[in-house]
Design a protein around this ligand. Structure first.
Ligand code: FAD
Length: 367
């Protein structure tokens, strides 16, 4: 006799939203996670009173009013606006590429002046059919922005030369001919006051949850506990890598507590230069306008992924996509297993997208 309606493998946003909605509909859920905490990659660790985004900086943004209202049920959001800066060859530039950046690059003061330079550089250095990331970027933005703010950062990020990276990685480059440093153009943006854990705790309230439980260490017994399984782990692992493993890019985070109030004056500072091994430094207190006397910074180092490391960004080349399609075909034949979330769908999702996806799947399931 099954004790639960759903065994939810993974207490990330997908699993938690699914559990919350199922529980609300009267279904009995057990949520397990192999980590020693819930929340998946949005988990924040409290370090001396500062919420440290343990798995990388997370800024909530969406255009969808329904999703915004949904997350606001669990936490109030502050009015943080993401305005990163980038350091290149000792100079600071505003991001995303906008009139401030163009002034810093060329001293241009009007949109006409900036547009003229960009258009002439696209004409001179662009390609009709870009074959790699370098050609694509040159065709979209010209030489100066590419060489100063894109090339070395992207090569560090992916561990490959820009000429060896596929063009599709950069589909569009946001270019603004206004003095606007707001990185996202979404209508709603912010950081939950009290951190993302507040949202996760709200979603899991009253639901049985177990951490430090790896599904694969006790698959048979755990599967017998529930009528259905919601699986949000890696899809290739679920099928014991029978078609080979899907590849990811990994990250390593190096945290440092500093006995000073303000280290870099901004939450996110990118480091473009190739001879600096990290891509950015996050100063977490600025996400919440912290007034503490101390601060915590995190250096983010992109790394080659191995099975023992955290899987962060899927490497969406043809080989991995073909493998994923084979795993997906198997998953579609399962009657009692629902696959969802970034690892089970081998897809990069922003938080608002993962919530929308979980809501859609749980609605379909409960109807
Ligand atoms: P996860 O959060 O990864 O949850 C999956 C859970 O399943 C994990 O806790 C894992 O431990 C567990 N699990 C896996 N296998 C097993 C197993 N065998 N047994 C038990 N448990 C298991 N989105 C934004 O909107 N804004 C941002 O600024 C932003 N920044 C990001 C920065 C980085 C570096 C990264 C990588 C992502 C960022 N995102 C951002 C995306 C965001 O992290 C995801 O949308 C979200 O975390 C996905 O939730 P999930 O539940 O699918 O996956």
């Amino acid at each position: 006799m099954q004790k639960y309606d759903y065994l939810i493998v993974g207490a990330g946003l997908f699993g938690c939203v699914f559990a919350y909605e199922a529980n609300k509909a009267g279904k009995k859920c057990l949520v397990i996670d192999k980590r020693n905490h819930v929340g998946g990659n949005v988990y924040c660790e409290n370090v001396d009173g500062i919420n440290v985004h343990k798995y990388g900086a997370h800024i909530f943004h969406t255009n969808d009013k329904q999703i915004w209202d949904y997350v606001n049920q669990f936490a109030e959001f502050n009015n943080y606006v993401n305005s990163p800066v980038s350091i290149s060859k000792g100079k600071l530039y505003n991001l995303p590429f906008n009139m401030n950046t163009f002034y810093q690059l060329w001293g241009t003061k009007t949109p006409e002046e900036a547009k003229k330079i960009i258009e002439s550089q696209i004409k001179e250095y662009g390609f009709e059919n870009p074959k790699n990331l370098e050609e694509q970027a040159l065709s979209l933005i010209g030489k100066d922005v590419y060489e100063t703010l894109i090339k070395e950062y992207t090569e560090k990020q992916w561990g490959k030369k820009a000429t060896e990276l596929p063009a599709f990685i950069i589909k569009r480059l946001p270019v603004r001919y206004t003095f606007n440093n707001n990185y996202f153009s979404d209508k709603y943006q912010g950081i939950p006051i009290g951190g993302y854990n507040k949202i996760i705790d709200g979603l899991l309230e009253g639901i049985e949850t177990k951490t430090n439980v790896d599904f694969f260490e006790n698959k048979e017994a755990l599967s017998k506990l529930a009528t259905k399984i919601v699986y949000t782990g890696k899809i290739d692992e679920f099928y014991n890598y029978k078609f080979g493993n899907l590849e990811y890019r990994s990250l390593r985070f190096e945290n440092t507590s500093l006995e000073k109030e303000n280290h870099q004056g901004n939450a996110v500072v990118n480091y473009n230069d190739g001879d600096i091994p990290y891509t950015r430094i996050i100063e977490h207190k600025h996400f919440e306008f912290g007034k503490q006397k101390h601060t915590v910074i995190t250096k983010e180092f992109p790394e080659q992924w191995t099975k023992e490391k955290e899987a962060y960004y899927p490497i969406n080349n043809d080989e991995n996509q073909n493998k994923y399609q084979q795993y997906k075909a198997l998953s579609l034949q399962e009657n009692n297993i629902i696959f969802g979330g970034r690892l089970a769908e081998y897809k990069y999702y922003d938080m608002h997208q993962i919530i929308a996806s979980a809501l859609q799947k749980v609605k379909k399931e409960l109807n």
